[in-house]
Design a protein around this ligand. Structure first.
Ligand code: MTE
Ligand code: CO
Length: 426
């Protein structure tokens, strides 16, 4: 491939706001890095406490937790986005994860009225509206239907929303962390609708949450019958309260807002309800004053998770692993390309691990870093042939009024000292 060399213009994010713990990795940590190899030789000769004393027994940790050395691997919120934590969001620490599955305790949370603490013995799911036989299911009733297991990503349509007008948040946790990828166990919604008998004019469903926000969205019947799940397990164990225990709707590939948590009712109707979350919210205001509505599918997107502002490079040059995640609401990821020079030249990344429909894919680009600054980008292509756009391409079509559905290509500026910042190139 021919290397182009024109220097791109960089618009830097403000370095005023360092967000959360573990970010203030200044020169000290990085400068000390060269000493690490020699120090490592001493450490291997030292006898550590953990080799001299007995550890905890099998009775000490009935429910396992990560090592205390991993205590910074947590969901984080952004102070200025959190006027009140009961109606806010925190973010998945993408830069701390690998593979494709998000551990349950690290799945980002988005609540409109806090975490409902639901007693499953008092929880019911009702199906009503345009059905032959309105039904009310207990949790036990639901567990008698044939169930399915699927890994799906959930992305909030507002993920990367704060970046519409320029680089702002310094960390992929904050720019891209409103996504998680989980194996769900649940009953296809189709089976429950068939049990109730949908009338011929039943063309839409409206799931409703049991939390104080009574979250409701309109979903077309074709999607309800195609692949929606009424899920009660995530990654093998019961849903976490944060994720809608004991029951949530799974709407594969579609915006996270539709995945109603603490699911208590599904109404069948003949037209959409036009509730708050599909009118004043989750619509995209274009430059001409018109708004896009019912933008359900999540377009293909990717981001490099390491290195990134919260995960600087700790060596000065040589063998280096770049890794990241890619996903599409329309299928699998066919290909991810990585650029080291702000999108002038692209090289294919290696997708590793399962390639599942509407699931996060993991990619790697292994290379020999010469220690000079980099402008890292990743670009995903999905199984429909759709290619992730640049931010400029996205803005040319959608303007700058939007919050939702920002799937533009992210740029990280890796400096010679290994520190990384959020920038845009033009
Ligand atoms: N369901 C209910 N009942 N209440 C809510 O506040 N938030 C929605 C959706 N389902 C919400 C809900 C939004 S906007 C998103 S992005 C996802 O749940 C977030 O799911 P998570 O908290 O499991 O990440
Ligand atoms: Co959301």
């Amino acid at each position: 491939m021919t290397e182009k060399s024109a220097k791109p213009q960089i618009t830097s994010t403000s370095r005023r706001t360092f967000l959360g713990a573990g970010l203030a990795l200044g020169g000290a940590a990085i400068a000390g890095n060269t000493a690490r190899a020699a120090q490592g030789e001493d450490v291997i000769l030292e006898k550590q406490a953990w080799s001299q004393y007995l550890g905890d027994g099998v009775d000490a940790r009935p429910y396992g937790h990560p090592s205390e050395f991993e205590k910074d691997v947590v969901r984080r919120d952004v102070a200025w986005l959190t006027a009140d934590p009961v109606s806010s969001v925190n973010f998945t620490p993408l830069h701390e994860l690998d593979g494709i599955i998000t551990p349950n305790g690290l799945c980002f949370e988005r609540h409109h009225a806090g975490i409902a603490e639901v007693d499953p013995s008092k929880h019911r799911l009702m199906i009503n509206g345009l059905v032959d036989k309105p039904l009310v299911f207990t949790m036990q009733d639901l567990k008698r239907f044939p169930r399915r297991n699927h890994v799906y990503f959930l992305e909030c349509a507002a993920n990367s929303g704060m970046e519409w007008r320029g680089a702002q948040l310094n960390g992929c946790q904050f720019t891209h962390g409103m996504v998680h990828n989980v194996m769900y166990t649940g009953v296809p919604l189709k089976y429950l609708l068939e049990e109730a008998g949908v009338k011929t004019n039943g063309k839409w469903v409206m799931p409703e949450g049991a939390d104080a926000s009574a979250m409701t969205r309109s979903i077309p019947m074709f999607k309800a019958l195609e692949d929606c799940l009424v899920a009660f397990k995530m990654n093998g164990e019961a849903l976490r309260p944060e994720q809608g225990y004991p029951l949530r709707l799974v709407v594969p590939g579609w915006e996270g807002n539709m995945w109603v948590k603490w699911l208590r009712r599904i109404e069948v109707g003949d037209e959409p309800w036009h509730h708050r979350e599909e009118t004043s919210k989750y619509t995209d205001l274009l430059e001409n004053g018109k708004a896009r509505r019912f933008t359900w599918e999540m377009d293909a997107k990717s981001v490099i998770t390491n290195p990134s502002p919260q995960a600087p490079l700790l060596h000065s040059k040589g063998q280096t692993v770049i890794t990241g995640v890619a996903w599409s609401g329309r299928g699998t990821i066919e290909r991810v390309d990585v650029s080291l020079d702000g999108g002038k030249n692209w090289r294919p990344a290696r997708i590793d691990g399962p390639s599942l429909d509407k699931s996060i894919h993991r990619f790697y680009y292994d290379f020999d870093w010469d220690g000079s600054p980099l402008l890292l980008q990743s670009r995903a292509m999905d199984s429909t042939g759709y290619v992730q756009p640049t931010k400029a391409e996205l803005r040319a079509v959608r303007g700058t009024n939007s919050i939702y559905h920002n799937n533009g290509i992210q740029t990280w500026h890796v400096m010679a000292n290994g520190e990384v910042e959020n920038v845009e190139v033009s």
